[in-house]
Design a protein around this ligand. Structure first.
Ligand SMILES: Cc1ncc(COP(=O)(O)O)c(C=O)c1O
Length: 396
């Protein structure tokens, strides 16, 4: 029996596909520092479990398909901190930002339609779109200019009658780039000119460095009916396993139709929504503390990378990732070698080969993504191991 072309055509996650090798070497006694996956080590605020423990019920009922009112209200208040005003029916709670992205792709596109995405991009965008026969068309960006967007003309030239939306993560995964106000204005103008939608994935919102502040696409009031914002508790509150995210838009027609998809999957787990509602009440001091921690780690990672000869990388200004071009031909082979053949006192590092973050064939082959999700001391240690590994690999 043959499975669908749709599922057979999906790529394996480049972040997870080398995990069996890591598991094997760990079983054999090697310690592996995981810089390959965006799983933060920061403690989830206690308020999450406290809210769940205090939730008094005899029956864990289905929640509303749209989400628990207490969580929707908490997210409304959170957006209002930036003067972004979503009404009650303009927010839908989802199983992580991931489900929001699938809902957005299904609601905006028919099979065969296209979504423009600046590359390198969060690799699961491939999965969310190809599963519903939507094609990603890349807007290529590169390390040399900090992965900022090309000019308007270049993007306009990529739009066809099949293009339904531009999807981007800001702050960027894997790039760590924060778009400027001018770049966002340009995207807004393109959306109006070409009558398309903007899906602004802001799950790393709050993590901006060097005094920069993330500008949410939600602040562009003139294009509000063309914007959907993807949100999540996974990264900001270090609650990846809670699986709570949301999609918000002033476009009521979109939201009415996204709700149909939400109804078809019934609801999001009730208890996690109660915990997430509590997380959204944390004030800006909480995020500021976490942001500072990531900025410190970013500095450690960038310092080591800049000390290694022939590594090309721009200092990232947001999220908790950096893409680096390494002096190797094939980054995936190098990552496997680090796991299988190399160690410093029984310890090694695991990185993500970056090729899978690109849609354009051949790009990213000599690049890796590093997630700085370990404490400063471990991060420094892991980066020193990488430095020694590169020296050894290139002397073989
Ligand atoms: C850019 C981006 N968007 C969305 C997600 C999905 O996150 P979640 O489904 O955990 O909210 C991730 C996870 O790594 C991400 O990096």
């Amino acid at each position: 029996m043959k499975l669908s072309n749709r599922v057979l055509g999906m790529q394996e996650s480049p972040v997870r596909k080398l995990v069996p090798i890591a598991t094997k070497v760990k079983k054999a006694g090697k310690k592996v520092y995981h810089l390959n996956i965006g799983q933060p080590d920061i403690e989830t605020p206690k308020i999450f479990m406290e809210a769940i423990n205090n939730f008094d019920t005899n029956v864990i009922k289905y929640s509303f398909s749209q989400g628990e009112p207490i969580l929707i209200e908490a997210i409304q208040k959170y957006f209002m901190r930036d003067n972004i005003d979503f009404e009650d029916d303009e927010i839908i709670i989802t199983n992580g930002g991931s489900e929001s992205l699938i809902f957005a792709a299904i609601s905006l596109c028919d099979p065969g339609d296209e979504i423009l995405v600046p590359e390198p991009f969060y690799t699961n965008y491939n999965g969310f779109t190809s599963a519903v026969n939507v094609k990603i068309k890349p807007i290529t960006t590169n390390a040399a200019n900090g992965f900022h967007l090309p000019d308007k003309e270049t993007i306009l030239n990529l739009v066809t009658e099949k293009t339904k939306a531009i999807l981007f993560s800001n702050p960027g995964n894997p790039t760590g780039t924060i778009y400027t106000k001018d770049e966002l204005r340009m995207l807004a103008d393109i959306a109006v000119e070409k009558d398309i939608f903007l899906i602004s994935d802001e799950v790393y919102r709050g993590f901006a460095f060097d005094g920069l502040k993330l500008i949410s696409m939600g602040t562009f009031k003139d294009v509000a009916s063309r914007v959907a914002i993807i949100e999540s508790v996974s990264k900001r509150y270090s609650a990846c396993g809670a699986r709570i995210g949301s999609i918000s838009s002033k476009n009521k027609d979109l939201m009415k139709n996204v709700l149909k998809l939400a109804q078809a999957r019934l609801c999001v787990p009730t208890l996690e929504q109660v915990g997430a509602a509590a997380l959204y009440t944390l004030d800006d001091n909480y995020v500021e503390g976490v942001r500072k921690e990531y900025e410190k780690r970013r500095d450690i990672v960038f310092k080591t990378l800049s000390e290694i000869e022939d590594v090309v990388c721009e200092k990232p200004t947001g999220a908790f990732y950096v893409v680096a071009k390494l002096p190797v031909v094939d980054a995936e082979k190098f990552v496997i070698w680090l796991l299988e053949e190399f160690d410093v006192d029984g310890q090694t590092v695991m990185l993500s080969p970056a090729e899978g973050f690109y849609a354009t064939e051949g790009l990213g082959k000599d690049e890796v993504r590093i997630a700085y999700v370990l404490n400063s001391e471990d991060m420094k240690h892991a980066m020193d191991i990488l430095k020694l590994g590169l020296q050894k690999y290139n002397s073989l």
